[in-house]
Design a protein around this ligand. Structure first.
Ligand code: UVW
Length: 318
């Protein structure tokens, strides 16, 4: 087997949006979400129903995470037992008791927005900033400006699992922009420029079925790199790619062996925001029932100084 090419070589002619929104830009393709897009999204609220897309942190059934990361752990600081004999519960006038707890969590260990500076190659992150600006904290393209800005716009659900007739897409299955367009057509919608794309695979259902065996030869299904796919994202001015997998794309590209090509071609080079590990099941069931796959999407990750990503609970309104 030939060795995988370097990303610098593979993406040498790939489109770039560096400089498009100025030399200091921090939010990339989210700039496409103008007031017009927000209003176009809000106009799709018809039923007054809302859906939250965050996966439960601390799910008793387990939290799926990227290999090498660990699920969040929650620790109780105070509960009623803190005021038992010998307990360390603080005494307050009036007899106040309270529950307190804390979590130790990877910022990318649950539903999250990646910062644009989360991945890179060739010593440069989004907008051409030096990768050494990531040392200690992300001085550039952290999740903070994305959190400060917020995200709202017209979004479409592309239910790829349903389109392929599967309960859950298996490891390694790939698809591309032409499949997204065919799926949209089968659902009776058209993907419009500047739409937020929400892709359902239901792949993480296999994590709950298989347990630790899920990680054997880990390779999630998803979008696969081609120059045409990147050109399509660029032409369609896609601001945000949202999925229910851990990493939004096929983990290892079967055509060249490279890991996470689209994180680089789309996020690092085009500035597309990535939202990962969403739970799309209730939304997808509703869309299948009312045959409405376009709606208003709103999200704002937590504001964390210099962070490479942050948890989020996106909301869809129909
Ligand atoms: C990596 O890029 C490694 O992970 P994520 O899926 O959080 O983007």
């Amino acid at each position: 087997m030939t060795s995988a090419p370097d990303l610098t070589e593979l993406l040498a002619d790939s489109p770039s949006n560096w400089g498009k929104w100025g030399p200091d830009d921090q939010v990339g393709s989210l700039n496409y979400l103008t007031a017009e897009q927000v209003l176009a999204g809000a106009a799709l609220i018809r039923k007054g129903e809302l859906f939250t897309l965050q996966r439960l942190i601390g799910d008793p059934k387990g939290d799926p995470v990227w290999p090498g990361r660990s699920p969040a752990t929650r620790e109780v600081v105070f509960d009623e037992s803190s005021w038992d004999e010998g307990g360390d519960g603080p005494a307050f006038p009036g007899g106040l008791h309270y529950a307190d707890d804390k979590i130790d969590a990877f910022l990318q260990g649950s539903t999250q927005y990646d910062a644009l500076g989360h991945v890179w190659y060739d010593g440069k992150i989004w907008n051409g900033y030096d990768a050494r600006t990531t040392i200690g904290k992300l001085e550039q393209a952290s999740v903070e400006p994305i959190a400060e800005r917020g995200i709202a716009g017209r979004a479409v659900l592309l239910d790829m699992a349903r389109y392929f007739g599967a309960d859950a897409l298996p490891a390694r299955q790939t698809f591309d922009h032409t499949d997204l367009e065919k799926c949209a057509e089968a659902q009776g919608i058209t993907i419009r420029p500047r739409d937020i794309l929400i892709i359902r695979t239901n792949h993480l259902e296999l994590f709950f079925q298989q347990g630790e065996a899920f990680y054997d030869g880990f390779c999630e299904p998803g979008l696969v790199y081609s120059p045409e796919l990147v050109e399509w994202f660029q032409r369609m001015e896609i601001p945000n790619l949202v999925t229910d997998t851990i990493a939004n794309e096929v983990t290892h590209d079967p055509n060249n062996g490279v890991a996470l090509v689209l994180h680089n071609a789309l996020m690092r080079n085009l500035g597309v925001a990535f939202t990962e590990i969403c739970d799309l099941e209730k939304l997808a069931a509703d869309c299948a029932e009312d045959k409405t796959y376009e709606f208003f999407y709103v999200a704002a990750p937590l504001k964390i100084n210099g962070a490479s990503g942050a948890p989020v609970n996106p909301v869809v309104l129909k």
